[in-house]
Write a protein that binds this ligand. Structure first.
Ligand code: ADP
Length: 178
């Protein structure tokens, strides 16, 4: 299952699966501020990519909410892992702003490193508790704006969604945002 839209010359893809298997130049990790590893998609990326990723994360040391840092992708097929920190959902007005910043700063870092294809998980919608319907709208709007802010930078931006609920929520949001 997959859904696609063109945004200028960039293909935006929604699919269901495991992001550690994504065949894109950059994989985005839903990290925590301490870059200390964790469960969910973070655990899966470190397990599949090996200890080099954590070693580089430790050397960087910290990433504020809404920002992004870059490391090796270790044994993954990707060239780089971009670690970004979404907000813990508390229903505050700044939650959508911080979530949008996490997506936009990840794309800015990919563009700066000339990475032409980027895979995202659904940031903040697991342990961080962001309701997935709301998060999907914020994510797709932020990614559209991020693609438009870097003309020609990306061939593909790919959301790799884990499970039917997340995939369905992003498909509904895609119809609303574009
Ligand atoms: P956060 O702490 O930002 O909420 P989580 O990793 O707990 O991050 O969850 C973010 C999303 O990633 C959830 O929708 C979760 O189902 C999903 N997820 C977990 N493992 C994977 C994986 N291997 N590939 C893609 N998405 C995943």
């Amino acid at each position: 299952m997959a859904a696609e839209k063109m945004i200028n010359h960039t293909k935006l893809i929604l699919s269901q699966g495991d992001i550690t298997r994504a065949d894109e130049e950059a994989i985005v990790n839903a990290a925590n501020s301490a870059l200390a590893g964790g469960g969910g998609v973070d655990g899966a990326i470190h397990r599949a990519g090996g200890p080099e990723i954590m070693a580089e994360g430790r050397a960087i040391g910290h990433c504020p909410t809404g920002e992004a840092v870059i490391t090796t992708a270790g044994k993954l097929k990707a060239k780089k892992v971009i670690h970004t920190v979404g907000p813990v959902y508390r229903g505050r007005p700044e939650d959508p702003r911080l979530l949008a910043s996490a997506y936009k700063n990840s794309l800015a870092l990919a563009a700066k490193n000339k990475l032409k294809s980027v895979a995202f998980p659904s940031l903040s919608t697991g342990a961080y508790g962001y309701p997935v319907d709301q998060a999907a709208k914020v994510a797709l709007k932020a990614v559209k704006e991020g693609i438009e802010a870097h003309p020609g930078a990306f061939e593909r931006v790919h959301f790799v969604l884990f499970g039917d609920d997340a995939y369905d929520a992003y498909c509904r949001a895609l119809d609303g945002v574009y």
